[in-house]
Design a protein around this ligand. Structure first.
Ligand code: ADP
Ligand code: MG
Length: 269
């Protein structure tokens, strides 16, 4: 199994072969107790079309890192490079984000929420309505198109957010624990749908999760971060064949990879 060693994980990287690269990024917060180092000199690159996972103990800076990659949070030091240029703010056409908590517009229906990024892009009404209907079907919400967020459960709202993220169709899709609030079965179904969409469109994906099973099941590589201050411990290539199925999870290789990540995380706390 190919893997990047600890020293390589911290080495400066060339941004040319990457769709997105994180270069020596640190994020510090001023707090009453002094400076809090949320993210500490993190560097990694994501090749075009690669599905990369980010795991680590709670509070290790995964969400902060994702916000910086989306241009929604400025790094204290270092750069995020997208298509060869440092990111200076959000670029929703290139980089889309799906957050852990659904962030729907309460006054719009499920369909209108999903259509929203398409409307911003100037897609005409009939086409965006159709796309939204298709996406809502994909996430198992056919028949709920005209409901408002207050009429939907937490899991349903999250599925609407996911449909909206897919509809936005950015080249690079960042996902912050998108399935965390969902039941096991919905989680599995959406994971498979995500892989299907990714295999069809070859998006570049960065996927944060606290589920190691989910990380190993979905990803090409899993980047393991240490507890605060968040640093990269190791980048592990998940060389399991695709397409992956439920049976993949029962294989010895699957178990070994998950155990290895688990030991790394446990050792860092
Ligand atoms: N706006 C903020 N002000 C101060 N501290 C913050 C802020 N946002 C995050 N943090 C701190 O930064 C660290 C990393 O947070 P976060 O990125 O949310 O971690 P994770 O997503 O891995 O759980 C935590 O200690 C958190 O308390
Ligand atoms: Mg988080």
């Amino acid at each position: 199994m190919a893997e990047v060693t600890d020293s390589m994980a911290h080495a400066p990287i060339s941004s040319e072969k990457f769709d997105l690269s994180v270069e020596q990024v640190s994020l510090h917060f001023e707090t009453p107790n002094g400076v809090l180092k949320a993210v500490d000199e993190v560097s990694f690159g994501v090749e075009t079309g690669r599905f990369v996972g980010l795991v680590g103990p709670s509070g290790c800076g995964k969400s902060s890192l994702l916000l910086m990659m989306a241009g929604l949070q400025k790094a204290t030091f270092g750069d995020i490079i997208v298509e060869g240029e440092p990111l200076t703010g959000p670029r929703p056409q290139d980089v889309g984000v799906i957050f852990q908590e659904s962030s729907l517009l309460p006054w719009k229906t499920a369909s209108e929420n999903v259509e929203f990024p398409l409307a911003l892009r100037g897609v005409d009404k009939a086409e965006r309505k159709q796309l939204a209907t298709d996406m809502l079907k994909l996430v198992g919400l056919s028949g709920f198109e005209d409901r408002h967020p207050f009429e939907l459960s937490g899991g349903m709202k999250q599925r609407v957010s996911i449909a909206r993220g897919f509809c936005q169709d950015p080249r690079i899709l960042l996902m912050d624990e998108p399935f965390a609030a969902l039941d096991e079965q919905t989680r599995m179904t959406l994971g498979d749908e995500l892989l299907r969409i990714w295999e069809g469109h070859r998006k570049t994906v960065v996927f944060v999760t606290h589920s190691l099973t989910e990380a190993v099941y979905l990803c090409d590589d899993v980047i393991v971060m240490s507890a605060q201050p968040g640093r990269i411990l190791e980048r592990i290539e998940i060389d399991l064949p695709r397409p992956r199925t439920y049976e993949t999870m029962a294989t010895a290789d699957f178990g070994r990879l998950r155990d290895r990540i688990w030991r790394l995380i446990r050792g860092s706390e």
